[in-house]
Ligand binder design. Structure first.
Ligand code: NAD
Length: 463
């Protein structure tokens, strides 16, 4: 099987300096479908040098011209929509409808939003006797996870380019084929050579080399909290700017005024989308003790509709499947009530896990505290609103949340939750609203105007 070149540097595909490669596995069939080159520190160095060389001209390019290039990039990605969706299905296992609508649709919309934002974004403002200039931070090292292979790339690369930064991307090793298509789209969009560069490969090798490289001014990382800590410590040691989008354990709180059926179905749809491989998944459902059994019954019925191999895709890898099954076994061992699902594989082939519901879960249980990253939802019982708030805020994470109930009470509750984005009564995802975490869920924000400012310095001129 041919090894795909994974190093796109200075506007051209380059062979990497190692003979190493990463195997890409289709998680629905367990078959190896491709090999992609694994770059070394030397390859990362070449990419960073190209990004540094391209920085002055790109930073000086007027925003309207940067917007035109970003619009062209959006169009080049959209033109490859079918190919990208099929690739996301092949390497991540996303069901085809989800792949089209979310894995391709969302990044196309996000890229378009930055082309539009550049038309009006004020890169200068007056503050008393000062003029404040917003200037690009420099060379950005972007490191992305596999769960939304294209969205995670676009949510970093496009605002960085919009700000006037140049970029070196190290995409996730499980889903490099989507990243190769993105680089191809960059090539077709006519972005000047060296403005976007990419090196595929392993996190501890190519990823770490990128974080440590002296020519990188900022690291933008999305992934696990464990790796994020390390990346943050390295960047902090070098006094580099860092943005971290990490894990979550988000709560969906059904206040006494909630429509229980709608709230449970809405929470499950959120928690099980992408096979539960979502950092912002609403995996803890909190219900008042008077409505608890009713909510669990609705959930059990709704979960029957998430048929593995149809509506529910596999997990990305055998390792992730094993990790999730381990959490299910731990939930049983710690005394939670297994309502549906469980550790037994639902299909003979593929890294599938049954949609799993635990009831009688208490806040200190492992399955109520740690991120599982699979189709597993836990239901907790609360006594009153203060108890619900304590449980909702009682984890190390603070990425997202949801509240359901009478609108005023639900909004007041949402204001007291420690999380970066909270959906009130099923409020829809907004690709222009800032996305990011409180507490151990991260530092910084992505998307919209807030996502752009991450990549900007301020400079004040006094008159
Ligand atoms: P991961 O931390 O294992 O890997 C993420 C990226 O970091 C990959 O590209 C990997 O190659 C790289 N990496 C690994 N070790 C590295 C090192 N030592 N130095 C530099 N880079 C390194 O995470 P994952 O398994 O790919 O993704 C799942 C995690 O991502 C989950 O915890 C999830 O919550 C989190 N996530 C967060 C968000 C968010 O926006 N907050 C979004 C999606 C996923």
């Amino acid at each position: 099987m041919k090894v795909h070149e994974g190093s796109y540097v200075n506007g051209a595909w380059q062979p990497v300096t190692t003979a190493e490669s990463v195997a890409v596995v289709n998680p629905a069939t367990e078959e190896v479908i491709a090999h992609v080159a694994a770059g070394s520190a030397q390859d990362v160095d070449a990419a960073v040098r190209a990004a540094r060389a391209a920085f002055p001209d790109w930073a000086a390019t007027p925003p309207a011209r940067r917007a035109a290039r970003i619009a062209a990039l959006r169009d080049a990605v959209a033109a490859r929509a079918d190919e990208i969706a099929a690739t996301v299905t092949a390497e991540l296992g996303a069901p085809p409808k989800l792949a089209q609508a979310v894995h391709v649709g969302l990044p196309v919309a996000v890229a378009g939003s930055y082309a539009e934002l550049l038309a009006t974004y004020p890169f200068e403002e007056k503050v008393g006797n000062s003029t404040v200039l917003m200037e690009p931070v420099g060379v950005v090292g972007a490191i992305t996870p596999w769960n939304y292979p294209l969205h995670q790339i676009v949510a970093k690369v496009v605002p960085a380019l919009a700000a006037g930064c140049t970029v070196v991307l190290k995409p996730a090793e499980n889903t490099p084929l989507t990243a190769l298509l993105f680089a191809q789209a960059v090539h077709e969009s006519g972005l000047p050579a060296g403005v976007f560069n990419m090196v595929t490969g392993l996190g501890p090798v190519a990823g770490q080399a990128l974080v440590e490289h002296e020519g990188v001014d900022m690291v933008s990382f999305t992934g696990s909290t464990a790796v994020g800590r390390r990346v943050g410590a390295l960047a902090g040691g070098a006094v580099k700017r860092v943005a971290l989008e990490l894990g979550g354990k988000s709560a969906s709180v059904l206040l006494p005024g909630a429509d229980v059926a709608a709230a449970v179905r809405g929470s499950l749809a959120n928690a099980l989308s992408n096979s539960g491989q979502r950092c912002s998944a609403l995996t803890r459902v909190l219900v008042h003790r008077d409505r608890y059994e009713e909510a669990v019954a609705v959930a059990a019925e709704a979960l029957a509709g998430y048929v593995p191999g149809e509506r529910l895709g596999p997990l990305v890898s055998a390792a992730q499947r094993d990790r999730v099954v381990g959490y299910i076994e731990k939930g049983i061992a710690e005394g939670a009530r297994l309502v549906t699902g469980g550790p037994t594989p639902p299909l003979a082939r593929g890294f599938y896990v049954s949609p799993t519901l635990f009831a009688d879960v208490t806040p200190e249980m492992t399955i109520a505290q740690e991120e599982i990253f699979g189709p597993v939802v836990v239901f907790l019982r609360y006594e009153d609103e203060e108890d619900a708030l304590r449980i909702a805020n009682g984890t190390d994470y603070g990425l997202a949340g949801a509240v359901w109930g009478e609108p005023e009470a639900a909004t007041a509750f949402a204001r007291r939750m420690e999380a970066g984005q909270i959906d009130v009564n099923g409020g829809r995802f907004n690709a222009l609203a800032p996305f990011g975490g409180y507490k151990r869920s991260g530092i910084g924000r992505e998307l919209g105007a807030h996502g752009l400012t991450e990549y900007l310095h301020t400079k004040s001129l006094q008159f």
